[in-house]
Design a protein around this ligand. Structure first.
Ligand code: APR
Length: 232
């Protein structure tokens, strides 16, 4: 791969699994414990905000205890040592990429550490525990909600992400099931741009066949090996 090749990486819950954070669709995952419509939609929040705050308070507490693993650290090493641009786009709302040393991570589904006002859109750093009626520091409305993107809402940074995909020489998807759009179609955008595409996952994702290359195994094994190969 050329020295200044641009690398665009999409990560999902699988990259944080070995740090102890639950994924969504694996055995016993978050969507086996909760109904998406109850805890990850604006309608669910309007119907029962206490339940939604309890769900995200528990995930915020779990994330606060988690440590970055070798896969997060390997991607930070790639950003540091690869001469070309390395862009990390994540669907994850934990900040283990940053804790592992990565920079400028694009959190397309927001972050657990963020809170946003359902009335005026102001965002601020969430306390560990959020309650229903949490007042907005900007407009004072009792409308604080977790700063994460729910189903039916627009992900963040989409224009910027598509620009990166159009310029990519190499695209990798790591630890994602390829079940949720628009992220699941990033591989097609990258392929259209002429990028080489690789999936690094525990098992074939729903979009596995759309990748030119596939490497299976736990991220803490496959990602450091992949990065070592790229850095030669
Ligand atoms: N190493 C590598 N991959 C793993 C590991 C591991 N140790 N453990 C699990 N995986 C893989 C699984 O095989 C699965 O393909 O990670 C993927 C996790 O898939 P999901 O649980 O569906 O998580 P994700 O793809 O990130 O979900 C996307 O869906 O619910 C929404 O907003 C939520 O961002 C999330 C989005």
């Amino acid at each position: 791969m050329g020295k200044s090749a641009k690398i665009v990486i999409l990560t999902g819950a699988g990259i944080s699994a070995e740090s102890g954070l639950s994924t969504f669709r694996d055995e016993g995952g978050l969507w086996a414990q909760h109904r998406i419509e109850d805890v990850a939609t604006p309608e669910g929040f309007a119907r029962n905000p206490d339940l939604v705050h309890r769900f995200y308070n528990a995930r915020r507490a779990q994330a606060a205890e988690a440590r970055p693993n070798a896969a997060h650290q390997a991607l930070a090493r790639l950003q540091r040592e690869h001469p070309g641009e390395v862009v990390i786009v994540t669907q994850n709302v934990d900040t283990l990429h940053e804790a592992g040393g990565a920079a400028d991570v694009l959190h397309m589904h927001g972050r657990l550490e963020g809170a946003v006002c359902a009335t005026c859109g102001h965002s601020w750093t969430a306390p560990m525990e959020m309650q229903t009626g949490h007042p907005c520091p900007a407009c004072a409305a009792p409308a604080g909600r977790p700063g994460v993107v729910w189903f039916g809402e627009m992900p963040y940074f989409m224009e910027e992400i598509y620009t990166h995909l159009a310029d990519a020489d190499l695209f990798a998807a790591i630890g994602t099931s390829g079940e949720v759009y628009p992220a699941a179609a990033f591989v097609d955008e990258a392929h259209l741009a002429g990028a080489h595409t690789v999936e690094l996952n525990l098992e074939p994702s729903a979009t596995a066949s759309r990748f030119a290359e596939r490497r299976f195994g736990p991220a803490t094994e496959t990602v450091p090996a992949w990065v070592a190969g790229l850095l030669g």
